[in-house]
Design a binder for this molecule. Structure first.
Ligand code: ATP
Length: 371
C-alpha cells in the first residue's frame, strides 16, 4: 500500500558546519509526486537520505503513513530496512552478473513477499508485470550488462517497484543518461509512477525534470524550503526572487516602490518609467525593489493595455527556432526571446514592447546577488 509522507521541521547538521537541512516541513499525500529542486548543496539529497534513514536527522519528525520513523527529540529512529521504501539512485545499482529478470526478481526472493510462501509462480508474474510496466517485457532473459544506460535505469526502477513499497525515493536518477534519453525516460517515468499510484519523492537540480515529473515542486536553498507549490504556480507566481531566477526568470529591473495595494505594486524604474507588477511580499512605499521577468514573456513590437515601454535592440542572436534579443530600457538591460524561425526585429532600432503586469514580479531588493 502506498503511503503519505509527512516531514515536520526537519533539520540536519553535520559536525562543524551550518545546517544542511534547516527546519524543513512539507507533506506528500499518498499517490502524489513531490520534487525537491535546488542548486548543488541546498540540502535536497540530505532531506531524501533522512527520509530513507541513511542519514540521522538532528531535529524534527518524519512519518510514513501512520508511523513516525524518525524523531530525535524522543530518541526514535527506525532503520532503513524497516521503512518499506524503494530507492533509485543516479548510479544504476543493478547486479551485473544477473539477467534482467533475475535482477528484478531479487528483491522479491529476498523479501519473500510474493504470495503466501513466496512461490515461484507469483514471483514470475510480478516480475513480468513490472518489466512490462517499464517497457522491458522483451528483455527479461538478457544479461543486464548488455543493456543501454537508459534500459539499466529502467531495471533499477523495476527492482524498486516490484515489491510495491509504500514510498519511492529517487535521487537524480536521470543524470547519468545522455540528454535525448533523459528526456524520453523523464516523460515516461511520470506515466509509470502514476500507473502504480506510488507516492514519490524525487530530487533534482534540473527544472525541466521537476516540472514534468512533479505534482508539486519544492524549491530549496541553503537548507531551507523556499516554496512548495504545483509547477504552474512556481513558474507563474514565484514566492521570492531566488525561486524566480532559479526557474528561469533571468531578467531583473531595479527600482523603488511607488505604490502597493494588496498583491499589486507600481515600481519606479527611473529613466525607463513606471512598471506595474504582481508582488507576493508586503513591500513598503519608497523601498528598493527588483522586478523579475522571463525573457519569453517580453512582448516585442506590441502595445498592450499597460506596461508599454520603448527599448533599443542592442544585439540579436538568431538561433534557428528562436531569436534572443538584448535590449536597453532606460539604462537597464532586458533580454527577450521570440519563438519562430524568422528574426523579426532589427539591431540598433527603437522598438515598442509590452511587459504584461501579471508576468512582472516585484520583490524586496535586499542587495543579495541572485545567481
Ligand atoms: P547535490 O545536488 O550537489 O548533491 P544537494 O542539494 O543534494 O547537493 P546535500 O548533498 O544535501 O545537497 O548537501 C547539503 C550540505 O550538506 C552541503 O553543504 C554539503 O556539503 C553538506 N553535507 C552533505 N553530506 C555531508 C556529510 N556527510 N558530511 C558533512 N557535510 C555534508
Amino acid at each position: 500500500m502506498t503511503a503519505a509522507l509527512l516531514i515536520e521541521n526537519l533539520s540536519k547538521r553535520f559536525a562543524g558546519g551550518k545546517p544542511a537541512v534547516d527546519g524543513v516541513s512539507f507533506d506528500v499525500p499518498a499517490g502524489e509526486i513531490v520534487v525537491l529542486l535546488g542548486p548543488s548543496g541546498c540540502g535536497k539529497t540530505t532531506t531524501l537520505r533522512c527520509v530513507a534513514g541513511l542519514e540521522h536527522p538532528t531535529g524534527g519528525r518524519i512519518s510514513i503513513g501512520e508511523r513516525v520513523v524518525s524523531e530525535p527529540e524522543r530518541g526514535l529512529l527506525v532503520s532503513p530496512r524497516e521503512r518499506d521504501i524503494g530507492m533509485v539512485f543516479q548510479s544504476y545499482a543493478v547486479w551485473p552478473h544477473m539477467t534482467v529478470r533475475q535482477n528484478v526478481a531479487y528483491p522479491l526472493k529476498y523479501r519473500r513477499t510474493a504470495g503466501a510462501n513466496g512461490r515461484g509462480g507469483d514471483i514470475d508474474a510480478k516480475v513480468r508485470e513490472t518489466l512490462e510496466l517499464v517497457g522491458l517485457g522483451d528483455y527479461a532473459e538478457r544479461p543486464v550488462t548488455s543493456l543501454s544506460g537508459g534500459q539499466m535505469q529502467r531495471v533499477a526502477l523495476a527492482r524498486s517497484l516490484v515489491y510495491r513499497p509504500q514510498l519511492l525515493l529517487l535521487d537524480e536518477p536521470l543524470s547519468n543518461l545522455d540528454s535525448k534519453l533523459r528526456i524520453r525516460l523523464r516523460d515516461e517515468l511520470r506515466r509509470i509512477l502514476k500507473m502504480t499510484g506510488m507516492t514519490g519523492l524525487y530530487v533534482t537540480h534540473d527544472q525541466s525534470e521537476a516540472v514534468v515529473l512533479g505534482d508539486r515542486i519544492g524549491v530549496m536553498r541553503d537548507g531551507k524550503l523556499l516554496q512548495m507549490a504545483p509547477p504552474g504556480e512556481i513558474y507563474n507566481r514565484p514566492a521570492d526572487s531566488f525561486v524566480a531566477n532559479f526557474t528561469g526568470a533571468s531578467n531583473v529591473l531595479l527600482g523603488k516602490v511607488l505604490t502597493r495595494s494588496g498583491e499589486k505594486a507600481t515600481i519606479d524604474l527611473g529613466a525607463a518609467g513606471r512598471i506595474e507588477a504582481w508582488t507576493p511580499q508586503p513591500l513598503s512605499v519608497g523601498e528598493k525593489a527588483r522586478v523579475a521577468l522571463r525573457a519569453e514573456n517580453v512582448r516585442l513590437g506590441e502595445r498592450g493595455p499597460a506596461n508599454v515601454f520603448a527599448g533599443r535592440v542592442i544585439e540579436r542572436r538568431y538561433q534557428g527556432m528562436q531569436t534572443v534579443y538584448d535590449l536597453e530600457l532606460g539604462g537597464q538591460r532586458l533580454e527577450a526571446l521570440e519563438l519562430g524561425t524568422a528574426a523579426r526585429h532589427e539591431q540598433d532600432r527603437e522598438i515598442a514592447l509590452t511587459l504584461p503586469p501579471d508576468m512582472c514580479w516585484a520583490y524586496r531588493d535586499d542587495g543579495a546577488t541572485v545567481d
